[in-house]
Design a protein around this ligand. Structure first.
Ligand code: BYC
Length: 474
């Protein structure tokens, strides 16, 4: 399973043995580079960045670090090792041998899932393209670029599946993945959160904490798939994804650490005074959290979805940690609680579990997210501050599913339109909040220096010192 780097496209799938596929991918490759040049990280072409590159899919020592110009990064196709005895372990095909090819009857659905997954990867690169110009440190700049090149690789992962298993439509879909653009009114990305802006570094950290975590849960669900190549490729993507969530979690922690320090120095919790001292006040951080959390939980789809039931029963997409659950893994006749509004009140109702699998995954995501917010609160606690961050109610600011469009306060009260209007600027980032955060975003890139609004990290990348030269500007 070692990766062949002597090829134009590094891979561990014996690409050289399939000349037609190799040619198709080699034709797509310059279009990918063109896309990277057009909408990838701004002004970064000549930078040499201290990046990790996958060298194997062995969890022990799978990557090396070195200086790389990003457009020379060796994007390639890396699948986890195959288990020849693997069987389908949920849904109607439970117990059958896992599929090495796409069964005709599931072709359209599988293609749709792979395209939706693939679409998010380049979208996030597009959303983050200007952030390098306002990096709070060289360390953070490197992390941004690491995330960007790996999202590019995740696009390769999905494009491989499309081109290898879906013939002509697969090639067309691979092309279209480079044509849609985040936020483009005429040809937008598929899912809502991937058309939002990521205009500043607080937004970037919230995105990598919350939205990359959607990636973790969706990829984990796809890693259960009966379609073995999808399972193997998403398993390896999860290895890379962990660092992205680390960037978000530690990024927000460091913002909080700096804010707490300023609050303690000034002995104040007055947002105005915290802002005057050049730090980000806690209510603004809470509003950013509310926004990114609510937009991200929409990514799990409608609370009741017949697609979700079909994806599960036909073996295309499992649950998070399917193998660890103790039930029949078929779920027929079982129920799950979802929320809806009746007479102005939120009520729970039981629905068939198979139709509620988007909600099941959303609830798993929520548990995991809340745990990390608890770790953020430890930063405040350690600083001796009584304030705490909280995740808003699940029904707050939703645009997808039964709760879409319901006016709801973050603490879970159904509110009138006028109450919503009166409080919106306390609950979600206002233009003024965004303008303030953006006013702090100067570029700090001398090794070891950090912008005033964020604390340095506890340690560097790959055991390098914090003041290591992570980026060499050409
Ligand atoms: N925005 O029946 P429903 C990542 C659409 S993130 C706009 O609930 P379903 C990453 C839906 O497509 C992980 N539209 O749909 C993170 C459907 O449209 P059609 C990405 C939405 O199929 C950071 C209609 O509404 N991976 O990797 O049950 C950086 C009805 O909805 C949205 C995946 O998502 C939305 N938020 O569920 C980089 C995995 N939500 O058919 C990367 C693959 C729903 O009526 N995708 N719609 O036109 C899936 O499994 C499913 O497509 C979804 C939707 C769970 C997303």
């Amino acid at each position: 399973m070692s990766i062949d780097y002597s090829q134009k496209i590094p891979n561990n799938v014996n690409l050289a043995d399939d000349r037609t596929l190799q040619r198709a991918l080699e034709q797509w490759q310059p279009n990918f580079i063109q896309w990277w040049d057009d909408v990838g990280p701004d002004e970064s072409t000549n930078y040499e960045v201290y990046l990790r590159t996958a060298t194997s899919v062995d969890p022990q020592g799978w990557a090396v670090f070195d200086y790389v110009k990003m457009r020379d990064y060796r994007w390639g196709i890396f699948l986890n090792a195959a288990d020849p005895n693997r069987t389908v372990h949920f849904g109607d095909h439970k117990g059958e041998k896992a599929w090495q090819d796409v069964p005709g009857e599931h072709r359209a659905n599988l293609r749709r899932i792979i395209v939706t997954q693939g679409d998010t990867e380049p979208a996030s690169v597009e959303q983050q393209r200007h952030l390098g110009l306002t990096a709070p440190s060289m360390y953070d700049l490197r992390n941004l670029f690491q995330v960007n090149v790996e999202e590019g690789r995740h696009l390769w992962a999905m494009v491989y599946l499309l081109q290898r298993f879906f013939g002509r439509d697969g090639r067309e879909e691979a092309g279209a993945l480079l044509e849609r653009t985040s936020g483009d009114p005429d040809n937008p990305r598929i899912l809502g959160a991937f058309n939002e802006k990521t205009p500043d570094w607080l937004a970037f950290f919230m995105f990598t904490y919350f939205t990359d975590r959607d990636g973790k849960f969706q990829l984990a669900a796809l890693a259960e798939s009966a379609f073995d190549p999808l399972a193997r490729t998403t398993k390896f993507m999860l290895t890379e994804e962990a660092h992205h969530m680390f960037v978000g979690e530690s990024g927000v922690s460091r913002v909080l650490q700096r804010t707490a320090q300023v609050m303690n120095e000034l002995k104040t919790d007055d947002p105005k005074r915290v802002r005057e001292a050049g730090a980000i006040d806690l209510p603004t951080i809470q509003r950013y959290l509310n926004f990114h959390y609510s937009v991200t939980i929409d990514l799990f789809g409608a609370d009741q979805s017949s697609n979700a039931a079909i994806f599960y029963s036909s073996g295309l997409k499992g649950r998070y940690e399917e193998g660890r659950r103790v039930d029949d893994h078929v779920l027929k006749g079982q129920t799950y609680k979802v929320l809806e509004v009746q007479n102005g009140q939120l009520v729970e109702k039981n629905v068939p579990m198979l139709n509620a699998l988007n909600e099941v995954l959303r609830d798993d995501f929520i548990k995991d997210s809340v745990a990390g917010v608890g770790r953020w609160n430890k930063v405040l606690e350690k600083a001796g501050l009584p304030q705490r961050l909280v995740v808003p109610h699940k029904a707050f600011n939703r645009k997808i599913g039964a709760l879409a469009g319901i006016r709801m306060s973050p603490d879970g009260r159904v509110v009138s339109e006028s109450e919503w209007k009166a409080h919106e600027a306390e609950w979600l980032p206002s233009d003024a909040d965004r303008a303030f955060v953006s006013s702090l975003m100067g570029r700090v890139v001398e090794p070891g220096k950090f912008a005033n609004w964020i604390a340095p990290p506890a340690m560097g990348i790959n055991r390098q010192p914090v003041d290591f030269e992570y980026v060499r500007f050409g």
